[in-house]
Design a protein around this ligand. Structure first.
Ligand code: RIB
Length: 311
């Protein structure tokens, strides 16, 4: 494989407040939860951490708030060895936070309050231009202003940098603005919301992916949770099966998939191999609690890969 990949994430950083409970309160009801976890999250930050743990050199462009969480988030990037030169505090604004509720099956429900993430502008992308130009891949999500996402896609296209977009949380997209993408990576519910088509099984995911390709996106990769993932390009549609997993908390599994996929691909792996490995990396993240703290190091991942892939 090639030299260390350089991956830049232009995206969100949140603090996750996760409550575990067997059921959730009705309006006006108070109940006891089982346990609580506080951790660093945000789709952008999670994807950056997954890429870093998989072995990439990672650069983050983000905004944090004028509160206790802001400096702590920057310190977390530093502790993990992620370049945070372009992560700045915004005066008078809260950090992004995410109250998360996880049920006994490991399924999550998330409310994101964007806070400072909403202040990441195209001018911030310009400020980070020299660093971004040195990256082999730029990764984006939808927890920052859409204007900034579209601007960064154009930037990546102009400079010939691979660009991966995770359209999460789902919002209506401008097909023209995303036509320059290399990979569009929604999960089932995001694919449904954006395409207007049902995605209840692998077959429907394939139809939805074809429709998204028809809108001019080059490659569509739909993550399907316990059903693995599906990759669609003008060459065809391929379903990549999952690895069996005893899931405790699925929060951040999509982020684990994207950060690891970006790294495997940038290392020079063939796309089907990168997707298969990312399926395992994401699956393994569901066996631990929290988002970033449940992600495997590359060494631990490789040990699991040897066991499960039979390679
Ligand atoms: O994808 C999981 C993430 O979504 C959480 O870390 C939360 O912060 C929200 O951004």
């Amino acid at each position: 494989m090639s030299k260390t990949p350089r991956i830049a994430v232009v995206g969100s950083a949140n603090v996750d407040l996760t409550t575990f409970s067997d059921h959730f309160p009705k309006p006006g009801e108070t109940i006891f939860g089982k346990s609580f976890d506080l951790g660093f999250g945000g789709k952008g930050a999670n994807q950056a951490v997954a890429a870093k743990l998989c072995g990439a050199e990672v650069f983050m462009v983000a905004r944090v708030g004028d509160d206790l969480f802001g400096p702590a988030t920057i310190q977390n990037f530093r502790n993990l060895g992620i370049d945070s030169t372009h992560v700045r505090q915004v005066p008078g604004v809260s950090s992004g936070v995410a109250p998360i509720f996880v049920d006994s099956s490991g399924q999550n429900r998330i409310i994101v309050v964007k806070g400072a993430n909403d202040k990441l502008t195209p001018a911030d992308v310009d400020s980070a231009a020299e660093m971004l130009k040195s990256a082999g891949c730029i990764v984006l999500q939808f927890e920052i202003p859409l204007e900034t996402v579209y601007y960064t896609i154009q930037f990546a296209r102009k400079h010939g940098i691979r660009c991966i977009l995770n359209p999460a949380p789902a919002q209506p997209v401008d097909p023209q603005a995303i036509a320059g993408l290399d990979y569009f990576v929604p999960n089932e519910s995001e694919a449904e919301a954006i395409s207007g088509m049902p995605v209840r099984n692998v077959e429907e995911a394939g139809k939805c992916a074809r429709q998204l390709l028809d809108q001019g996106i080059r490659r569509v990769l739909i993550t399907l949770g316990a059903n693995g993932s599906l990759i669609a390009s003008p060459d065809g549609v391929v379903h990549v099966p999952p690895f069996p997993m005893k899931s405790l908390d699925s929060t951040g599994a999509g982020d684990a998939f994207i950060g690891s996929f970006a790294t495997f691909l940038a290392e020079g792996m063939a796309e089907p191999d990168a997707v298969r490995r990312a399926n395992l990396y994401a699956g393994l993240s569901t066996t631990g609690v929290g988002t970033q703290k449940s992600f495997y190091t590359r060494a631990n991942f490789e040990a699991e890969w040897q066991k499960r892939d039979g390679a």
